[in-house]
Design a protein around this ligand. Structure first.
Ligand SMILES: [Fe+2]
Length: 486
């Protein structure tokens, strides 16, 4: 392995006993370029050709108040596979907030769990008092990486191969762009949404394959909501109005407290992708959903798959370290109980039909994105370590037959979301690999693992050493070689 370390950044973070600033969530302050990575086990497949990008909430400065892991600064990790070899690099996203705090040498904004009065400067996005950390999600669109923030941030572009910072994306509207913009590989379009505290509260937009804003329309709601993700089919974008959102009375006093609004249904908007037709609304059982898997049209129906939370407002975890009982519950799949679920919206009679696809608790579903928006068979989910926002198993589910396959990592090893990477000359939906970063708390090292998507229970077919131990992170993206240029 050849390693180049970049000049160090300023950090004021002190040791603490915070559960999400230690162990697999220990922030990393180092930025490197590494080539010819060492293979620990197995062989890198020669027909794996492209890059795996992962965003990470990686805190740099001593928090002003009660740190929440979603407050961390965005760090993009990238591994590039080509011809049976791998290289790696990582960079902080140079957001305006990151740069301001580098200049100050300290935190300037409080976090999600803090009162708004902690912010020393105006913030960004729907919340309005948080730093736009650009630390939630990353996609590749029009040949460039785009990193985004769940509270609606500005949208930062990076070169997906060099991780050179390309700055703010110019088409992002005044209300920002939420995490989980979706790329349709077949059309090259990027679909996005944003949400805010002012009417119409929700917007939908489309950016074409040449990175030009083609559509931006309001999707009117009755008040502020907190959607986290969206889905699409060939003709529709699917946005949501779910009954877990900020308490309106407390919000008037600038207190951002989420509660489940009893008596309200889940609502889904089918928005014509060109923005030129009627928006159809459907109602369903109340829940909250963090992530959708996929959606498609099936005759008169629009089918949507995602993870239904049986307890969107979970009880505090009594086994959490004192003071962290609420936060630990909201970060724990086994507390909010997310299960693979299907909604069918009937365009003829306006009814919604629902069914559970799997009774196990799981989340963070990845698919072969060539099938995004179209009828598909396979979803690759992760199962968490109970009590923790850490992933320990991968589950492949055939949503047509109900069959499933899984692989669990050894104790003390934690994975990221594992996107599907089609093999070069891939011949079928599951003809490819799953790629994930793993942090090993036993050896205090990190690696990248590759699984054969047709043989999940066999475990990794190769393990590649990373040059440093990386902080646990979540959302990721696989881009094939041909998607890395505009
Ligand atoms: Fe997310």
């Amino acid at each position: 392995m050849k390693l180049e370390r970049l000049p160090s950044i300023k950090s004021s973070l002190k040791p603490s006993n915070h559960p999400y600033l230690n162990g697999a969530w220990t922030p990393l302050m180092e930025e490197v370029n590494a080539s010819d990575l060492d293979v620990i086990e197995g062989t890198i497949p020669k027909d794996l050709d492209g890059i795996y990008l992962r965003n990470t909430e990686n805190q740099v400065h001593q928090p002003l108040g009660r740190f929440h892991p979603f407050d961390g600064d965005g760090m993009i990790h990238q591994i590039d596979f080509r011809g049976g070899h791998a290289s790696y690099r990582n960079r902080f996203v140079r957001t305006r907030g990151f740069e301001a705090e580098q200049e100050a040498g300290a935190s300037l904004w409080g976090g999600l769990a803090d009162p708004v009065q902690l912010a020393k400067r105006p913030g960004w996005g729907a919340h309005g008092f948080l730093k736009d950390s650009s630390s939630t999600d990353v996609v590749v669109h029009a040949g460039k990486a785009l990193s985004t923030f769940y509270q609606c941030g500005e949208g930062y572009r990076l070169d997906p191969q060099t991780l050179e910072q390309l700055g703010l994306e110019s088409w992002v509207p005044i209300d920002g762009i939420s995490a989980h913009a979706r790329v349709d590989e077949r059309t090259g379009e990027l679909m996005f949404f944003n949400y805010s505290k002012h009417a119409p509260y929700l917007h939908f937009g489309v950016v074409d394959r040449n990175n030009k804003l083609a559509t931006y329309i309001p999707v009117s709601l009755s008040g502020p909501r907190l959607p986290h993700d969206m889905a699409f089919t060939e003709n529709y974008a699917i946005l949501n109005d779910l009954p877990a959102f900020w308490d309106a009375d407390l919000l008037k006093r600038n207190i951002h407290a989420v509660r489940l609004h009893e008596g309200l249904p889940s609502r889904f908007a089918l928005v014509p992708r060109r923005g030129d037709g009627e928006i159809r609304w459907f109602e369903a059982a109340p829940t909250y959903v963090l992530h959708w898997v996929n959606a498609y049209e099936d005759g008169n129906e629009v089918v949507l798959d995602g993870y239904f939370q049986e307890e969107p407002m979970p009880k505090p975890r009594q086994d959490a370290p004192p003071g962290y009982e609420h936060m630990m519950a909201y970060l724990d799949e086994f507390s909010f109980k997310s299960k693979l679920h299907r909604w069918r919206f009937n365009l003829a009679d306006g009814a919604t039909r629902e069914e559970r696809l799997d009774d196990r608790i799981m989340e963070f579903g990845m698919i072969n994105r060539r099938y995004a928006g179209r009828k598909y068979r396979y979803v690759y989910s992760t199962i968490a370590e109970p009590g923790w926002f850490l992933f320990k198993s991968f589950v492949k589910k055939d949503v047509q037959t109900g069959e499933s396959w899984s692989y669990e990592l050894d104790s003390g090893r934690y994975a990221s979301e594992a996107p599907f990477a089609p093999r070069m000359d891939s011949r079928s939906e599951d003809d490819g690999y799953l790629v994930s970063f793993v942090t090993d708390e036993n050896s205090r090292t990190s690696e990248c693992i590759v699984l054969d998507a047709q043989h999940i229970p066999d475990g990794p077919i190769c393990r590649v050493a990373l040059p440093h131990k990386i902080c646990s992170g979540t959302h990721s993206f696989w881009a094939s070689r041909d998607q890395l240029t505009a």
